[in-house]
Design a protein. Structure first.
Length: 317
């Protein structure tokens, strides 16, 4: 996929926020109902606990409100709301409509469903809207996977959880922060990870693991090459928070030390669309990024989808 077109109006992130339900489910809690152990879960996933509860709209409103407050914007200033989710509150209308109303926005609002790659898809779409005239956009990634998880299945119950992360994009004069992006999908692999309407998540774990590493690396390399950025020049990689072993393997193949990865899955679990923004917000709040740093966002998801983006934090100077 391409580098950002020369001359296209760009944008930078000016505000961010996150939301996790107050209820925490630990590995010890799961041991009471599943044939599993804390050691087994952490060894295979890196997860110690996860947050469960709330609706997609409730969590989105919380993270979105934080992002607006940080950016110092009135809701009336937002030109569009893009909500990435695989777990809408209803089939119709889009959950973004509920969030738009609750936040007091006066703009278009729509959902994006690209599973765990969804936030990067949404961020890419938002930059496209900026390029054709929008000034300020709220991008949110939220999922409440606990509602579609079989809590008697130890292969999935230990992984999935709920959460939300949000950013505000504002147009700038010049190219902005997005250097390059990549989105991809392989529909022939959809049976490896899916949830029927009204059902629960089904996952072929070993095959998903194998493909996940490959497609994350492929997408990340495409974006880095298009951006003209080497692995050594990446200050921070923000991967989808699915499994610590996937993150470690992908970083190794990309040539990026694991120490440069933002990880939160040990206390959030896999929150799908929320996982990349949750990890990004955590890194920002910890002061891990400064203006001029190169950031690689990269993920994979059901579909099977893949997405990545290279940002220069603070925009191109």
């Amino acid at each position: 996929m391409p580098a950002t077109s020369i001359g296209a109006r760009g944008a930078i992130i000016t505000g961010w926020g996150s939301a996790l339900p107050p209820r925490v489910v630990t590995n010890a809690d799961l041991m009471r109902t599943l044939d599993t152990s804390d050691e087994w879960i952490k060894e295979r996933s890196g997860i110690s606990e996860r947050h469960v509860g709330g609706t997609t709209s409730e969590l989105s409103v919380e993270s979105g409100r934080q992002a607006l407050r940080m950016a110092g914007l009135d809701p009336s200033e937002i030109d569009a709301l893009v909500l990435s989710t695989t777990t809408p509150d209803r089939t119709v209308p889009a959950t973004s409509a509920t969030v738009q109303n609750a936040l007091g926005l006066k703009c278009g609002a729509f959902d994006v469903n690209a599973a765990c790659s969804g936030f990067v898809y949404a961020l890419t779409v938002a930059h496209g809207l900026i390029a054709v005239g929008a000034r300020k956009i709220l991008v949110i990634g939220t999922d409440t996977l606990s509602r579609i998880t079989d809590w008697n299945d130890r292969n999935t119950a230990v992984l999935f959880a709920d959460g939300s992360g949000a950013v505000v994009l504002e147009a700038v004069d010049g190219p902005g922060q997005l250097l390059a992006w990549d989105i991809d999908a392989d529909g022939s692999a959809e049976e490896l990870l899916y949830c029927e309407l009204g059902g629960t998540i089904h996952m072929e774990g070993k095959e998903v693991f194998r493909r996940a590493v490959r497609i994350m690396v492929d997408s990340g390399q495409k974006s880095l090459e298009a951006a003209g950025v080497s692995a050594d020049e990446v200050a921070l990689v923000v991967p989808h928070q699915a499994n610590i072993r996937i993150i470690q393997a992908a970083c190794e193949r990309l040539g990026i030390p694991i120490e440069r990865a933002a990880t939160v899955l040990h206390y959030t679990g896999n929150t799908s669309s929320a996982s990349i923004p949750l990890a990004l917000v955590d890194a920002l709040n910890a002061g891990r990024l400064k203006d001029g740093d190169n950031v690689l966002l990269v993920g994979f998801g059901a579909g099977m989808t893949a997405a990545s983006a290279v940002l220069r934090w603070g925009g191109i100077r």
